[in-house]
Design a protein around this ligand. Structure first.
Ligand code: CXA
Ligand code: ZN
Length: 429
């Protein structure tokens, strides 16, 4: 392997520290040649170049502020493959390395999250209801909270879905779920907009769709930088499937996921092979009533990058099968409108890099649900990566308040955003 230089600002950090933290065994992550590490990759500037980087099997965690670099989680072998593409690869060393830092008590563990959900539904029994959509691989509940205001008999309210923590280490997304649970319950009856929205919409919040990964990431007391679920892979000692590559729409079609169980972006043995994806997809399919999908809009929360993303991810093309010009334009308009409220960068998800089997592609391509990914704070690795300090939670969750309410407001007819409600929503006009 070629020698790699340390980042200049960190040149004084003794090298031995970088090796001292490389304690993960092959069974936990990485390949038999070594565990996953985080690297700065300087060079890739275009979606095509970032897609080439992602195709090595590394997870591209964020695009640098200069738009000419990315941060990745990769095995040493993948790092070498990235170097072979002609990029400069630098391991991000300790102490700037955010791996293995102590778990921040400001963030909620899965058990604490369960406690919060139970308290919300106990405090607001006429507004909020807790259900389970099913179990994770290790048998944990995948909770769903249904929130709705006054119900009239026979009324069919449009429904809005929020999903959180497909990727275990993206801990701020759980705090985002708690923010939404609190906002929609505590402010009903006092905030006029929220009251009106809940009287005319039903909200579904799935605060952690990867509880096994979440527990694994934090149970030792130090973060493990874990992304996937905790499902063993037959014939391999590598654990886990990337839930956001396991959805059943053009699964594995386009080089936007990996077939290797060692990869951070392993797509699984077959679409919905991850029980977490299967039960959430079953839940969404169960919202089809009288042949009509009741859920019209969806946000999947991730970190990090401060982006608003929309489908498709499997192709660079804006339009294609199941995505008309109007469909695309309505996604883009809604995405841009939300991004104006939170200051994120709006773009089609393949502008980042190509992915296949993502939740957004399935929600839109299979279910006709307007579907977005929010990549929350920080904007780049230097803001704390996947584990920003607890002090940012309040500001960075509240930051998405207006975007969530705006999307919820459009849920009766998302095409209204491009002025085409008469064409697409009949009497709703
Ligand atoms: C993403 C999200 C949705 C569709 C396409 C791409 C980005 C996401 C990913 O790769 O799944 N990025 S992340 N959160 O760092 O893993
Ligand atoms: Zn993610």
């Amino acid at each position: 392997m070629r020698a790699r230089t340390l980042l200049t600002p960190l040149a004084l950090v003794p090298l031995f520290l970088a090796t001292a933290v490389s304690s993960g065994s092959a069974a936990e992550s990485g390949t038999p040649e070594g565990p996953d590490r985080q690297y700065l990759v300087e060079g890739p500037e275009t979606p095509q170049e970032r897609t080439q980087v992602a195709r090595t099997g590394a997870s591209v965690d964020a695009v640098g502020e200069d738009a000419a670099s990315v941060t990745v989680t990769a095995t040493p072998g993948e790092a070498e493959a990235i170097e072979d593409l002609g990029h400069e690869v630098t391991e991000v060393p300790v102490p700037n390395d955010l791996l293995h830092q102590p778990v921040d008590p400001a963030y909620h563990t899965y058990d604490e999250l369960t406690g919060v959900v139970d308290k919300v539904v106990a405090d607001f029994p006429s507004l909020a209801e807790k259900t389970s959509v099913g179990s994770s691989h290790e048998g944990r509940d995948i909770m769903a909270v249904r929130i709705s205001g006054e119900e009239e008999a026979g009324e069919d309210k449009p429904e809005v879905l929020f999903t959180h923590q497909q990727h275990a280490r993206e801990v701020l997304t759980v705090e985002m779920a708690i923010y939404l649970l609190t906002m929609f319950t505590e402010e009903y009856g006092s905030d006029e907009r929220i009251t009106e929205l809940l009287d005319s919409r039903t909200i579904w919040i799935l605060p952690s769709v990867n509880p096994d990964g979440a527990v694994y990431d934090t149970e030792s007391g130090s973060y493990r930088n874990w992304r996937k679920n905790r499902q063993p892979n037959s014939g391999s000692n590598a654990m886990g499937t990337d839930l956001n590559r396991n959805w059943d729409y053009n699964w594995g079609c386009c080089g936007g996921s990996s077939g290797s169980p060692y990869s951070q972006t392993y797509r699984g043995a077959s679409p919905e092979s991850a029980p977490e994806v299967n039960v959430v997809a079953d839940f969404v399919r169960s919202r089809v009533v009288d042949g009509e999908q009741r859920i019209t809009a969806h946000i999947d929360f991730h970190t990090y990058g401060e982006l608003v993303l929309w489908p498709y991810g499997y192709t660079y093309d804006e339009t294609g099968p199941g995505m008309s010009r109007d469909d695309y334009d309505a996604h883009a308009e809604l995405g841009e409108l939300m991004a104006e409220t939170n200051g994120y960068t709006p773009q089609q998800s393949s502008d980042l890099y190509v992915t296949d089997g993502s939740i957004n592609d399935w929600m839109w391509g299979d279910q006709g649900i307007f579907s977005f990914t929010f990549e929350m704070h920080p904007g780049s690795f230097t803001g704390g990566g996947f584990y920003p300090p607890g002090g940012v939670i309040e500001e960075e969750t509240a930051r998405n308040r207006d975007a969530v309410l705006d999307l919820t407001a459009y849920a009766d007819c998302p095409y209204r955003v491009i002025g085409k409600e008469a064409e697409y929503c009949g009497s709703a006009a």
